[in-house]
Design a protein around this ligand. Sequence first.
Ligand code: FES
Ligand SMILES: [Fe+2]
Length: 355
Amino acid sequence: MNNFEIEPDIRVAETLSSDFYTDDGYFEESKRRIFARTWQVVGLESEVNNLMPHMLLEGFLDEPILITRDTDENLHCFSNTCTHRGNILVQNECRRDGIRCGYHGRRFSLDGKFLSMPEFEAAKNFPSERDDLRSVSFKTWKDFVFASLDPRDPFEEFIVETGSRTAEYDFERHELVERKHYLVKAHWALYCENFLEGFHIPYVHKSLNEVLDYGRYSTELFRYSSLQTGYDDDGDTSAQYFFVFPNLMYNFYPWGLSVNIVKPIKSNLTKVEYMTFVLDRSKLDQGAGANLEKVELEDQAVAESVQRGINSRFYKRGRYSPTREKGVHHFHRLISEFMDESNEQSRNVRHKKPN
Ligand code: FES
Ligand SMILES: [Fe+2]
């Protein structure tokens, strides 16, 4: 059954039901149906020395994973839980030539194989493959490491257009200059769908509107991503805004790249993490890439305002602008597709019940 059906024809379609944003049951279901089945950024490859523990979507999925770099420099990704009685194996980032559980001393190699365990000489059928660390699907793209608990589709299908449309961008040369995060009092999808249309720019971002040619602003849709392009008055590209479903934004500006990762915490609270990479400092304060902090706070304020409105007894669904809200319609269609029970496939990951 699909409670969130969205008509494919944007001219007749109605937006996502407000229940999706307000009902805690759907918020819980979105963990299993959307977030466990897509790809999440877990860090930068250049920052993985040897053993890097990570809590996948902390405060939401809360899945402990472990990235390792073995002696041949190969990366691996495992569940960070001991196969004996479930202790967390690695608490803090460290350098070791192997992994040893701090509870009863079970040892594993950096590629996840069981090595030894005291007091198990008399155990039968031991060790077996089940005593090795559980692998977690992961991929690297440029310097970004992604993991997925139960991928619905290969990572490449999510990133292909971002890669091909930014082939000129020099990822090798840009430099990480800032990491920060904000807490936004709004549902994660409200934050994302605000990002997915330029329709609000003249109303919400007066200063940004002055440097963008609103008439030329374009939106292109792909299977699991979309691209919005902003142009300046001379017709030059001033920003490329990629969205990778369900919660990742790559914003390319003439000066470099800003990455936003949208992390749900509660149905009305979202953490947005930012990474800023600079390629050309001389262009930092120009065009659509300038005053990003101001634009960000304007976006957050409007997302929080919608959060308050969407709880109203009088609001259920709206309509889309066929010319300006293609990206939002596409995002809602993907949510609908993932939340649809009839799309469930057999899976090998046990999903936690809500606490
Ligand atoms: S839980 Fe790890 S050795 Fe017992
Ligand atoms: Fe905005």
